[in-house]
Design a protein around this ligand. Sequence first.
Ligand code: SF4
Length: 552
Amino acid sequence: MVPFTLFHQKKPFLNPEFQKNIPLTLPISRTAPIGKIPYVPLKPKYQGARVFLGFSPSPSRGEGGVRVIHRFVQTEFISPTRQLLRVLKPYKIQGSSTTSPRENMETLSPKSKEKKVFMETFGCQSNVLESDHVTGLLLKDNFTMTQKQEDADVILFNTCSIRDHAEHKVFSRLGQLVDWKNDREGRVIGIMGCMATSYKDQLIERAPHLDMVVGPDQYLKVPQVIREAAGNGISQVLADFDPIYFPENDPNRLSQPHKAFIEIMKGCDKFCTFCVVPFTRGREISRPAESILDEITKIAQAGVKEVMLLGQNVNSYGLGLKSRGKTDSFAQLLRQVGEIKGIERVRYMTSHPLDMPDDLIEVMADVPAVCESIHLPVQCGSDKVLKRMNRQYSVEHYLERVAKLRGRVKDLFITTDLIVGFPGEEEKDFQGTLDLLDKVHYDAVYSFKYSPRLGTPAARMLDQVPEEVMDERLARLNEKAWKHAGECCETRVGKTEEVLVDGPADKTPDAFYGKSRQNRTVVFPGKGYKTGDMVQVKIESHKVANLYGKTM
Ligand code: SF4
């Protein structure tokens, strides 16, 4: 029998069956948000415990349940109670706490006061959001942030595993830090993000000077792990998934005053054969709508005007939520976000073309705050290759969705992702992609050479396309894509765009820049504008994808 400790996290979920079996009797003096259990040493009386329990009404699961934390091993959410009792069978109760977890833990002295952290972010908007979130946690915990690596005591890389190139960059940056690390005691190097979950302790085997590997669901522990690493030099790997944890914007410490990323779901169930996301970010989990709407309401009150709803496949939002409350689809969520007071613009990404229902298109057409832009990754214009990619739609289906979108949403800006040289791609398949470009006429294309990712089915396919063939196809594809992007910009000349000001333009003196509703960059001359101002700009010219004009 192994001892375990009960921690009551929220007003206990008192299932009679559970009460009968586990002596849970004491009131709760304070609540701690689910998933926000700090990773700090426990008071001695609890240190023998292997399992900790937190009780929660579990809004994300639609029924009460118990959060079980196997210390240092994994966390899991258990519901209903029968399952919990089965899991706990081998354990005996060591003690139970009447207070929040934090009160049962040692108080730590703020040793971090002088520690300066340099953080470098690779990859997508989710990583940008999560880096902001970790920055907020560090600042709250007395760390300071620095933009200069040479001033830092701690260097963190928030990494991306989507392509080989992104990983190589991180390994090369790590290699350059061996001397930096050895120069002074107490320096800390950490890897966060997708590489943390895809490589886990292999990262430390490969770079023994690395102190910490922390996956996206474990970021609340980053300040404490840094402190421990600086103090005892022992490397730690924390890469478990946590179905309940979502990073949130702090309305008192927004990284931009006027716009914010909002994570509405995480993980992916699509399993495209080239993609590591289902392995690095886990299975698809939707965040409860109440929590999303609450976060956006708070940041809108703090002055945010534009939100970008983020997820690997936002269109399937809600499919995993058992509760069928007032919000059970992405279309409904989008409508509610668009109606929040103060929110003038709503965007979202990324959409999977398979899950692009008519009701979502109707919300885009109907709700004024929802912007006329969509990122709809097609990946390839050949049915044969789409099948091998396991994309689960045909070119015909994709084109039908685009036609429907364009028919309902006026002035829609469409962007896409394309992979060139997927295994087995022949010239005729690639021609299909070029034909698709001509049919859709994208406003912008993000094109990539296929990059085999360890553990994915596509990496094991035998008919890999030679590098030089990929290079040649990519050049042809980009030439067409840039031509279309320029033509799309040309159609904006003479029109008036509503621009949300981001700040002074870097390269043009006495000018500002911002984004149009379609998400194009607009540069205009002027003085005295502030980030977050909304201005009307008459477009006079364009240079490739940027628009230039004058305020009205
Ligand atoms: S839908 Fe996107 S995130 Fe999911 S497996 Fe496919 S490419 Fe990866």
